[in-house]
Design a protein around this ligand. Sequence first.
Ligand SMILES: [Zn+2]
Length: 198
Amino acid sequence: MPLQGRFIKKQYYCKDKTLCLVSDILTPDQRHHNMVAIRSTSTQPELKLRLALWSRGYRYRVNDGRLPGRPDIVLPKYRTVIFVHGCFWHGHKNCKNYTVPKTNTEFWVAKVARNQERDQEVWRQLEANGWNVIIVWECQITKATINAVVTKIEKELRNNRSSYMLYQEERKKSRAAYLEERKRKKNIADSVTAELSH
Ligand SMILES: [Zn+2]
């Protein structure tokens, strides 16, 4: 059956949680709507990874818009964010899922390069704020491999947790030192004021 003439309504949940109907044959406006809806929906590999982490007892936030790049999974206790990258869109090197299309090649190469640049920038910003960044590629999340991936993530989380605790300890100490110093200065100021008022 030719595509034209078929008119199937599909349901998408949009960013503002309203249910939208988008037809299969799209006007540019609908296409935009559609893309936005797809972007705000979690992918299958992402859901699988989340489920695996959850079942091992990890708790996290999802798609946190307050952080650069809106990370897919945020584990504040471990000061760690996880991105689940689509192999094509983010240009997974030497991956069978990343083959440059034969038509419009230049366009796709440029698009993926832009995505990679953005990924680098997001990574830089997160690390500058003390976040550890883990990238998981979609092709790494299969029935056969997911357990090994999660075990690797767990190991990294443990490391990140201990360095985060050290960092917090250091911060606590320097805050205590700062308060001590402020108290000392205030005492000096008070005694000077007391002397002057005599
Ligand atoms: Zn891949």
